[in-house]
Design a binder for this molecule. Structure first.
Ligand SMILES: [Zn+2]
Length: 109
């Protein structure tokens, strides 16, 4: 399943976001492995958001809600309508990340 960046529209595979993207940050391999085992609510704590932001990732409330990605042109701004739509769906389906990913994909979000 693919979800799209809210800024540049680039498609990202949700598996990559859930399992691989963390290894592209400045965290050590052991820290990245530990991250994968965290409860979802802790995966985007300030510390991890900083690590992701340093390599170009910005997320909503979950890593499959991509607001900015490493492929974004430097000065590109997020599509606000897309950000709001994804935020609303995230609130509705937040506990069901598989369902959220499927919904994003269905709507090409
Ligand atoms: Zn992007």
């Amino acid at each position: 399943m693919d979800v799209h960046c809210s800024t540049c529209g680039e498609p990202w595979d949700v598996y990559h976001l859930w399992h691989d993207a963390i290894f592209e940050t400045g965290l050590s391999h052991a820290e990245a492995e530990a991250w994968a085992k965290l409860p979802r609510a802790e995966k985007l704590s300030d510390r991890y958001r900083r690590e992701f932001r340093a390599v170009g990732w910005e997320f909503g409330q979950s890593v499959i809600n991509v607001v900015r990605c490493p492929g974004c042109p430097k000065d590109a701004q997020p599509d606000l309508e897309r950000v709001q739509t994804k935020g609303a769906l995230e609130e509705l389906l937040g506990d069901d990340e598989d369902g959220l990913a499927a919904t994003f994909e269905d709507h090409q979000l």
